[in-house]
Design a protein around this ligand. Structure first.
Ligand code: PMP
Length: 397
């Protein structure tokens, strides 16, 4: 196997999900908090647009690698509508999910030895995709005491002469952390001052609750625009994770390089999925506001219930659909005769003894925590957290 591929590890979140789904298939009543996808179906007008595209021979052919022209125009209009970022459609590259946009941005911009600052806890794909591009991920840790938000001071301490890029995401996975406008401005100014590149992953733009607001980094700090790649996709906002449509918005030379790379890697994204994405982003935001209301309700419930469990400390996140709870106080103790040394062992115990799937903090570069997605039915959520509570009532000193 190549050194490059041997150096990366499988996605722990997908692995947890696969194990939980296998147990469910085997008839076990597993409740899974592992999933990173909305539990809602794709809106019907989107499905209908895909069905119409299926029947239209125009969509049966290869199409432009960078994306269907009508989708790129729709994405430019959607971006202006949702974040106030005014971009020409020619800067947009349509990809197989935001994940491929992330990969291609790293591949297009990084050289061996380049360091990329990655606020931790991080989405597991960032460091692996950075390594695959031959560069070096440098985690910058922020814990619950700052709401899992990194500061400019922390970034500055981690910067070296090899630092080439920052990965920024707000709202963030796995913590649900949302940066306010002033914090984004401070980070953007710092990026511009040091002439770094920045990836702004905006996939959770519509998943913000209460008084929290989403702000797009290149809108708050226009000075980064010539060195910024915005990444986004339809997976979360339009309940379309399986359709595999994402995009990047980048300066012309970078979007050109990403398109060339894509032309040799995957050609075009499935035309049917692109037609569906076009209908999704051109339609209103009604479906996402229905989901947001449900997520907000579940967020409040799960935070309250988890904090009622001894040894669990769960800050209330402002965005995405995850909570990130500290379980550090439980480590080193015994539950039903089993010693729980790490959050990974606790996650295993929860699956074995309570039939509840969660993702351990290890997956996100921060042992001592558990991530729970609340994109599941309200009744399952309550039953699942109650199972955790019942199991952890058996903690021995
Ligand atoms: N960025 C973040 C922060 C994510 O959480 C995810 C999905 N888990 C993605 C990107 C990838 O999304 P997609 O399904 O569009 O590839």
């Amino acid at each position: 196997m190549s050194d490059r591929v041997a150096s990366i590890t499988e996605s722990a979140t997908l692995a947890v999900d696969a194990r939980a789904k296998a147990l469910i298939r085997a008839g076990r009543p597993v409740i899974t908090f592992g999933s990173g996808e909305p539990d809602f179906p794709t809106p019907s007008h989107v499905v209908e647009a895909a069905a119409a595209a299926c029947a239209d021979p125009r969509y049966h052919r290869y199409s432009a690698s960078g994306g269907l022209p009508e989708l790129r125009e729709a994405l430019a209009a959607k971006t202006l509508r949702d974040s106030g970022y005014d971009v020409d459609a020619s800067r947009i590259v349509v990809t197989n999910g935001a994940k491929q946009a992330v990969h291609q941005a790293f591949a297009a911009l990084l050289n061996p030895g380049d360091e990329v600052l990655v606020p931790a806890p991080y989405w597991p794909t960032y460091p692996e995709a950075i390594r695959l591009a031959g560069a070096i991920p440098v985690p910058v840790f922020a814990d619950e005491s700052t709401g899992y938000r990194v500061t400019v001071e922390q970034l500055q301490r981690a910067r070296t002469k090899n630092t080439a890029m920052l990965v920024f995401s707000s709202p963030a996975n796995p913590t649900g952390a949302v940066y306010d406008r002033a914090a984004i401005r401070a980070i953007g100014d710092w990026v511009a001052e040091h002439e770094l590149w920045v990836i702004s992953d905006e996939i959770y733009e519509h998943m913000v609750y209460g008084d929290a607001e989403f702000h797009s980094l290149p809108v708050v700090t226009p000075a980064v625009r010539d060195r910024c790649v915005v990444v986004n996709g339809v997976a979360k906002s339009y309940a379309m994770p399986g359709w595999r449509v994402g995009w990047a918005i980048a300066p012309p030379d970078v979007s050109g390089a990403m398109t060339t790379l894509q032309s040799h890697a995957t050609s075009n994204v499935c035309n049917i999925a692109q037609a569906a994405a076009s209908a999704a982003v051109s339609g209103g935001l009604g479906a996402v506001s229905v989901m947001r209301a449900a997520f907000d309700r579940r967020r409040r419930t799960i935070v309250r219930m988890l904090n009622e469990i001894d040894g669990v400390d769960c800050p209330r996140p402002d965005g995405a659909f995850y909570v990130f709870a500290s379980v550090k106080d439980l480590l080193g103790r015994r539950v039903r005769g089993r010693r729980v040394g790490t959050s990974a062992e606790l996650a295993e115990l929860l699956l074995d003894e309570a039939e509840v799937a969660v993702v351990p903090g290890e997956a996100f570069g921060t042992p001592g925590y558990l991530r729970l997605s609340y994109a599941l039915h309200d009744d399952d959520l309550v039953e699942g957290v109650d199972r955790i509570r019942r199991l952890l009532a058996d903690v021995e000193e």
